[in-house]
Structure formats: structure tokens, C-alpha cells
Ligand binder design. Structure first.
Ligand SMILES: [Zn+2]
Length: 554
């Protein structure tokens, strides 16, 4: 998600570039101890491995109040006694139980250090139950500035949703709020709400029960590992419809929860969902969560990649709220939120970054998935025009990779600069069958895992059989775009890369008199023999590079 924020920032940036740059420079050294507690694998996190969450939460819309407990089951990796659990103010942990005994908790900002009853033995599986309550932070501009959205539908019914990417799940429930660890056997999410409304979370609905006090509890079961920010609850006056999809891994039930008034509109508009599944299973391999079904759930904000319950608020329009981000026309052929947020099931939910600094793994591949959706349904030319069109939003302001261990994201260029990097790599591969194998291979090699950027970079380089280190360093860790500088000198073309990091080398296809020619420029001048003195040079736009014609190279 996050696309809209980027546009806003982009516009703000034009007006206040000096301010933005000085803030950026300051940010370099402005991380706090709280950022480190949130963003690093602290000694109080590293010794235990998440096995399961059982989250039980009561939502009281009139009071905008939530309360409940989370039972955290974990495996002991090293013998330790103090465990870090995160919950952000103004939410409160009221007590923690381990073996039915109350445990001591020392709070440091959002981090809570819980002293367990006794030294934990390596290999043991234990659990603690954390009780919490409070009026959670309200989302100011969901999903970018997240928290709880307490809205009403046009009939006056409560319409409530959570969103917390970046901010962290600990904005509303207590958890190990770091991306590197996921509960390997999944979780349950039990939601108690006033009767008359429906609560939808991740996974499958396994139980519904009403109580005499006017409340109803919905229990949702997630069988697969899930990232923290993917966990969500949505409450509304929902209607439900479903379809069966014959996918690569068998039968997949696709379920749709929409406001009752929108049911007929949704039945027509959500035809993009099976089209999405078809395209992405082709390019990326089987949908990664058959056990948990696939859902689209209408929410009162734009949308988010919540695992197996992708949230939707694109107003039943094609494009991004009715506009084409690429300017090519192709962006109006699909509903941006259905395609983009679902693309994250493969890149973000299946393959998840260990550190949010590597969030390009989520957004670059998913932004690129928009063009692969077009490729599958409208052909390669459409895909190419779309991804090239999105270059207009690239700012080259700062690197795609952020700072590690402090919960810091890289530049918003992780969307379309990243997508264009991938499109460039596909063009270099010059073999779509192989390229598809790489994309599918990533999803099977790193199935249900959290990864580092090095793992992804090395996998692609290995499969492409190229040293791509300079290419990834250039595009992910630097803001300069390579310039192919060339000069036509008699019957020769002189050429080299400029505006690049030391040792940059990347193959590129050019056209000489309209004919394809592959060269591998470096920062040193090289020469290519031309058919004639009048030979003409032309570019292949699929490469995200720039060109400069010079009289002579020095
Ligand atoms: Zn996204």
C-alpha cells in the first residue's frame, strides 16, 4: 500500500525541497532508543521464537474502546528470563499471566519487559497471556497514518477497521512487533462486537456465538504464518458472496465482504479478483494461502494487503481512485487496489522482509505485479507501456533501502523505481520463460519466510547467471540513474556508463540502424564497430537508464 502518501509527499516535496532535504539529513542521526527497541532484534526478543498467537478482543464502538488478551506461545531458543512485548500508548497492558501466576512488567515507552517465572529452558514450548485495554490511537489518514478507523456507513451503521503498516500492530494489540519473526502455526482472532454487525479478520470463520449481553463473537482461524501488520479486524453491516476458483494448488474459495448497499455493484466489479488470481498464479506460482482462503473486505479507507483478507476501499472504480498512475491509459484497465494489494500476497505476505528497511521487496515486486497483470491479460506491450509510464512519479530523492534496526523505510521510489529496476532485469534476461521461473522460484524458495535483501538479490543474480551486485547497489542504495554516454566517431561508436557507482557494469540492448545489439558498457570507454559512417543509434525504452550523446568521450 502507501501509494497515495507518496504522491502527497511528492507534491509537498516540490514546494519545500530545502526543508525536506534538511529534515532528511537530520533524520540520519535522529533515531531514538524507542526506534531501536521497536526496530532491532533486541536481547529480549532474540532468545524466543513465535509459535502462535491467540488474540481475543472485544470492541465497543460507542466508547471507541477495546479490551482483551493475547496468548503468546513461543519456543525457547536460548535460556533467558526477560521477554519484550510491545504495545503502544495509550493502550495499556493490565496484567500478564504465566502458568496462572501474575508476572512483573517493566514498561519503557512502548516496550514492555516481562520477567518470566523461571529461567526458560532451551527447546521448551511455553506461553503467556497478556491482558490489555484502552482507547487505541485513531487513524488520522488510514492506511498511511493508521490505527483504528471508527466510521459509519451511509445507513448509520458502525463501519470500523484497523490498519497499521509501518506504525506496527502494537498500536492496538500486544505482540512481538518486529517483522523478522512470525507465528509459525498461525493464530486465532476472536472478535466480540455488538450483535447486528459482522466482524471479519484474516483466515477462515470457524465459530460465531451470541451472548445474552447483546454481543456476538466471531472466531477467525489463520493456519499459516502471518506478519504482524497483516493482522486486521473489520466490522460492518456486511453482505457476503463467494466463488470457487480452480487454481494451481486445487480449489480455492474466494470470499467477498462488502457493505450491504454495495452488493450488486461488487458482484460485477470484483470480477477483477479471479482475473488477478489467474495472472499472478501464472507469474508468481500458487496463491500462498489456500488453507486460509482469499478474501476482499470492504473498508472505510483505500485498502491494504492484509494477509488472506485484502481490504478494499477504491470506491468500485478502475485505476487508483479513478485515475491512471502511469498516464499510459493501461492503468484504467483494472482496479488498482484489487490488483496491487492482492499482489502483496506473494511479495509481503509470502515473502516478507525481516527489516522494514528492505521493504522494496514488498513494494517493488508488487508495483511491478500491476504490469504483469496487464501482461497476462493484454500483452507484453501493454505491460511495458504501463511500467515505463510510471517513471513519471520517480523522484530519486533517497535510496530505496532505508536504515536498518530502527524501523525505517527507504524512499517511496521503492514502488516505481523498483518496478522499473525489475522490468530492466527482465529485459536483460531477454527470456520471459526464464524470468517467470525466477519470479516463481522466489516464491517457492522463500515460501512463508522472512528474508533479507541479500537473499533476494543473490537468488536473482544466481538464476540470471550475472554479477548483479553493481546493479543492485546502483538502483537500491544510490539515487543516481545510469547514463549511457556515447559518441559516433566515424565507423565506430564509443560508449561508457556515467553517473554511476565505481565499478558499475550492466548489459544493455541498443538499436543500430534499427537492429538489436547487446553491449556491456562499464565506466571505461569501449568501442563498437558500426556498419557505416551514417549508422544511427536508437534506444530501447525498457531499460530504466538515461542517454547522452557526446561529440567525443574523454
Ligand atoms: Zn503496496
Amino acid at each position: 500500500m502507501k501509494r497515495y502518501k507518496i504522491l502527497l509527499v511528492a507534491f509537498a516535496f516540490l514546494g519545500t525541497s530545502h526543508l525536506a532535504i534538511s529534515q532528511l539529513l537530520q533524520n540520519k542521526n535522529q533515531f531514538t532508543r524507542q526506534d531501536t527497541l521497536r526496530g532491532s532484534i533486541t536481547p529480549e526478543r532474540v532468545w524466543w521464537d513465535l509459535v502462535r498467537y491467540d488474540l481475543d478482543v472485544k470492541v465497543e464502538p460507542e466508547k471507541k474502546f477495546i479490551s482483551g488478551s493475547n496468548t503468546v506461545t513461543y519456543k525457547v531458543l536460548e535460556s533467558q528470563q526477560v521477554m519484550q512485548i510491545d504495545l503502544q500508548e495509550p493502550m495499556k497492558i493490565t496484567r500478564v499471566l504465566g502458568n496462572n501466576k501474575e508476572l512483573s512488567v517493566i514498561k519503557e515507552g512502548n516496550a514492555h519487559f516481562i520477567t518470566l517465572e523461571k529461567e526458560q529452558n532451551a527447546g521448551a514450548k511455553n506461553s503467556i497471556q497478556i491482558f490489555f485495554e484502552g482507547n487505541p490511537r485513531q487513524a488520522k489518514n488510514a492506511p498511511w497514518d493508521g490505527g483504528f478507523s471508527w466510521k459509519k456507513d451511509r445507513n448509520g451503521n458502525h463501519f470500523i477497521a484497523t490498519s497499521n503498516q509501518g506504525l506496527g500492530a502494537s498500536v492496538w494489540w500486544p505482540c512481538k512487533d518486529h517483522m523478522y519473526d512470525e507465528p509459525e502455526t498461525g493464530m486465532t482472532i476472536a472478535i466480540t462486537i455488538p450483535q447486528g454487525l459482522t466482524a471479519v479478520a484474516n483466515g477462515r470463520l470457524t465459530d460465531e456465538s451470541s451472548k445474552d449481553d447483546g454481543t456476538k463473537t466471531f472466531v477467525w482461524l489463520v493456519e499459516n504464518p502471518i506478519n504482524n501488520y497483516g493482522v486486521n479486524i473489520n466490522i460492518g453491516d456486511y453482505a457476503n458472496f463467494s466463488e470457487v476458483y480452480e487454481g494451481e494448488k486445487g480449489v480455492l474459495d474466494m470470499n467477498y465482504y462488502v457493505l450491504k448497499d454495495n452488493l450488486e455493484k461488487a458482484k460485477e466489479h470484483f470480477k477483477d479478483a479471479p482475473k488477478m488470481m489467474k495472472a499472478f498464479e501464472h507469474w508468481f506460482g500458487p496463491y500462498p494461502f489456500y488453507e486460509d482462503s482469499f478474501k476482499l473486505v470492504e473498508v472505510p479507507y483505500l485498502g491494504m494487503e492484509h494477509q488472506s483478507s485484502v481490504t478494499y476501499g477504491n470506491q468500485y472504480m478502475n485505476g487508483y481512485l479513478g485515475s491512471d498512475l502511469s498516464g499510459s491509459g493501461w492503468g484504467m484497465k483494472f482496479d488498482f487496489i484489487i490488483i496491487h494489494e492482492s499482489g502483496h500476497e506473494w511479495f509481503a505476505n509470502n515473502i516478507t522482509n525481516k527489516d522494514i528497511a528492505d521493504m522494496w521487496i514488498h513494494e517493488s515486486f508488487t508495483a511491478y505485479s500491476e504490469s504483469l497483470f496487464l501482461d497476462y491479460h493484454y500483452g507484453k506491450n501493454a505491460a511495458s507501456e504501463y511500467v515505463i509510464g510510471t517513471r513519471r512519479s520517480i523522484r530519486n530523492d533517497r535510496p530505496l533501502i532505508g536504515d536498518y534496526d530502527v524501523n525505517h523505510e527507504g524512499s517511496g521510489d521503492m514502488y516505481y523505481k523498483g518496478a522499473n529496476l525489475l522490468h530492466t532485469l527482465r529485459t536483460i534476461t531477454n527470456d520471459d520463460k526464464k524470468w517467470r521461473e525466477i519470479l516463481r522460484g522466489l516464491n517457492s524458495e522463500f515460501y512463508h519466510q522472512t528474508v533479507t535483501t541479500a537473499q533476494i538479490e543473490n537468488y536473482i543474480a544466481d538464476k540470471m547467471g550475472l554479477d548483479l551486485k553493481p546493479v543492485f547497489d546502483q538502483y537500491l542504495r544510490n539515487v543516481r540513474i545510469p547514463v549511457l554516454e556515447y559518441a559516433m566517431v566515424k565507423k565506430k561508436m564509443h560508449y561508457r556508463w556515467t553517473n554511476v557507482i565505481d565499478g558499475f557494469e550492466m548489459p544493455i540492448q541498443i538499436l543500430i540502424d534499427g537492429k538489436s545489439k547487446w553491449i556491456t558498457p562499464s565506466t571505461k570507454i569501449q568501442k563498437l564497430r558500426l556498419p557505416s559512417k551514417e549508422s544511427e543509434f536508437d534506444t530501447v525504452e525498457d531499460f530504466y537508464v538515461e542517454y547522452k550523446k557526446s561529440g567525443k568521450l574523454n
